[in-house]
Design a protein around this ligand. Structure first.
Ligand SMILES: Nc1ncnc2c1ncn2[C@@H]1O[C@H](COP(=O)(O)OP(=O)(O)OP(=O)(O)O)[C@@H](O)[C@H]1O
Ligand SMILES: [Mg+2]
Length: 239
C-alpha cells in the first residue's frame, strides 16, 4: 500500500480538490482508499458525510486528524487499505513534517495560472532538508491545478520547464479549472453522482480526473508496499 500526502503551505492551492479527485478515482478503480482529514475545517469529512450512501463503498474518511493522532491513524490504516491519502491544512503546521514522514509519495498542488510557487517551495525545501540531514528521500511531484482549459500547451510547457530546471518533477496531467469540480464537491456530489445536465463539461472533468488518477497510480506504484519506514527514520524525523 502507499501513503500519499498532498502538501502546499499556501492556502487555496487546490489540495483538497486534488485529494477528492484522486481518492474517488482510485476507489472507482477498485482500490480501498482512506483519507486522513487533517484540515480543522473538515472540508473532506463534511463532503463525505453529505454524500452518505452515494459515496464509493471502498472510500473512507477519518475526520479530526491532528498532530497528536496522525501517527496512530497512519500506522493503523496503511496496513488496512491500498491507498492512504492525507489532506493537510493550508498554513504551515507541525503536521506537515509528520505527514511527510509517513509518506511514500508527496504531491504538491500548485496553481498553474498564478504559478504561485512559494508554498510549494516550502514543501520542496523541507523534503530536501529531510534528504540532506536525515537521508530520507521521499519522491514527489508538482501537480498543476486550476489550469485554464484555454491555456496553450506552450505556456504550460514553459511552467514545466521552469520547475524541471529546479529539478522538480511535474505531472503531465494538470487539473483543469472546471465548474464541475467546484460544484460537484461543494454540493456533496461526485463527478459520477451529479445530474449530467446541471453542470457544463462534466465529461471533460471526468476525463481529466481519470487521466490524473492513472498518472498518479503509475508514479506511486513503484514506491508502494514500502510503507514500513524504519523506526530509525521515524526517530530521525521527530528529532
Ligand atoms: N480545478 C478546479 N476547478 C475549479 N475550482 C477549483 C479547482 N481546484 C480548486 N478549486 C476551488 O478553489 C478553492 C480552493 O480549492 P481547495 O479547497 O481545493 O484548495 P486547498 O489548497 O485545499 O485550500 P486550503 O489551503 O484552504 O485547504 C475552492 O473553492 C475550490 O472549489
Ligand atoms: Mg484544503
Amino acid at each position: 500500500m502507499a501513503v500519499l500526502t498532498f502538501a502546499n503551505t499556501k492556502g487555496g492551492a487546490g489540495k483538497t480538490t486534488a485529494v477528492v479527485i484522486v481518492a474517488c478515482e482510485l476507489a472507482r478503480m477498485g482500490f480501498s482508499v482512506a483519507v486522513l482529514d487533517a484540515d480543522p475545517q473538515l472540508w473532506i469529512s463534511k463532503w463525505h458525510e453529505r454524500l452518505g450512501e452515494r459515496a464509493p463503498a471502498s472510500l473512507s474518511v477519518v475526520p479530526y486528524v491532528t498532530a497528536a493522532n496522525l501517527g496512530q491513524h497512519a500506522r493503523k490504516l496503511r496496513d488496512e487499505v491500498d491507498f492512504l491519502l492525507i489532506d493537510l491544512p493550508g498554513a504551515r503546521s507541525p503536521l506537515l513534517a509528520q505527514a511527510l514522514g509517513y509518506s511514500n509519495y508527496v504531491l504538491i498542488p500548485v496553481q498553474g495560472s498564478a504559478m504561485d510557487a512559494e508554498g510549494a517551495t516550502n514543501v520542496i525545501e523541507l523534503l530536501q532538508y529531510l534528504e540532506d540531514r536525515a537521508d530520507i528521500r521521499i519522491p514527489h511531484s508538482v501537480v498543476l491545478t486550476r489550469v485554464n482549459p484555454m491555456v496553450t500547451t506552450r505556456a504550460l510547457q514553459s511552467v514545466k520547464e521552469l520547475l524541471s530546471s529546479r529539478r522538480v518533477h511535474v505531472l503531465s496531467t494538470p487539473i483543469i479549472e472546471r465548474a464541475a469540480y467546484r460544484e460537484v464537491f461543494g454540493y456533496g456530489q461526485t463527478l459520477y453522482t451529479i445530474d449530467t445536465d446541471s453542470v457544463s463539461n462534466l465529461d471533460k472533468a471526468q476525463q481529466n480526473a481519470q487521466a490524473l488518477a492513472q498518472e498518479v497510480l503509475r508514479r506511486i506504484l513503484p514506491y508502494s508496499g514500502r510503507g514500513e519506514r524504519t523506526k530509525s527514520d521515524q526517530l530521525k524525523l521527530s528529532a
